[in-house]
Design a protein around this ligand. Structure first.
Ligand SMILES: [Zn+2]
Length: 91
């Protein structure tokens, strides 16, 4: 910065630096995604009754023992209680 002699007799006070007003940006309206309805677990699909016998279609968790079933996902079985996961080998 170099010193400059004041040329004008009455130096005008410097106007306060005004931040350049940003052009009004139009925010894209929030699109509300249609929520998928909550699906309750269909317990009757986890068992199979044949006559007098009942078969459980989900495997038991080897860590938690009987009564804790593994959730079937794509390519893996997971225990919801302890988090134990087994990955199914691809054929
Ligand atoms: Zn478990």
């Amino acid at each position: 910065m170099s010193k400059q002699p004041a040329a004008a007799a009455a130096p005008a006070p410097a106007p306060p630096a005004e931040p350049a007003a940003p052009a009004e940006e139009k925010k894209p309206e929030k699109k509300e995604k249609p929520k998928a309805p909550k699906r309750r677990i269909q317990v009757h699909k986890l068992y199979k009754v044949e006559g007098d016998s009942l078969t459980r279609l989900r495997k038991d968790c080897p860590r938690c023992g009987k009564g804790y079933f593994m959730a079937q996902h794509k390519g893996r079985l997971t225990c919801g209680n302890c988090g134990y996961t087994t990955f199914l080998s691809k054929p």
